[in-house]
Design a protein around this ligand. Sequence first.
Ligand code: GAR
Length: 208
Amino acid sequence: MLKIAVMVSGGGTNLQALIDAERRGELKNGELSAVISSNADAYALERANRAFIPSYVLRRRDFDSTDAYGDALAEMLGQLDIGLVVLAGFMTVLSPDFCRRFEGRIINIHPSLIPSFCGPSFYGLHVHEAALAKGVKVTGATVHFVSEVVDGGAIILQKAVEVREGDTPEVLQKRVMQEAEWKLLPRAVSLFCEGRLKIEGEKVHIIE
Ligand code: GAR
């Protein structure tokens, strides 16, 4: 079994989707082994406790630099023997050094169809505000490998979601989560743990 650490900062509905998928036997060859939060008050920690997954808090503000934060995180992941790091609503940008050390072993879920509405200023509800302001008719979610470039790593899975007349950012966020994020993330994690993702340059191939 590959040990998985899920990194969170807030509500943790994507963490919940992973917990539910594991219970249904849908995370093949993977085991949710740790939840690491950048925020001590994150509701995601409650979800981890209820699922009996060991949880840890690592706050960016307790470290002098992004590099020091990355070093502490790398140390923790090493001690826990983690094989896959999943960023599931994790709102702290990781250092380039950390991203290099864990290259090909960190995946992230982003609530848009990358390369639209992504990069350093696009996170959480802001992504949906920007999509509505632009008037796009279709948005969605993307699961990708994490590289040094924010939201710039190789794309694993994407799913489109319709934008409807009268949508608010909150309504659109919920639809993107329900129709795309909560399905894509467990699927991508399982594919990774089964060894079915092959990175070739900028592209990810899914082995049947
Ligand atoms: C999700 O929509 C996730 O895609 C997004 O934050 C939300 C977290 O919700 N992540 C980003 O914007 C990362 N750039 P959750 O805590 O309920 O899973």
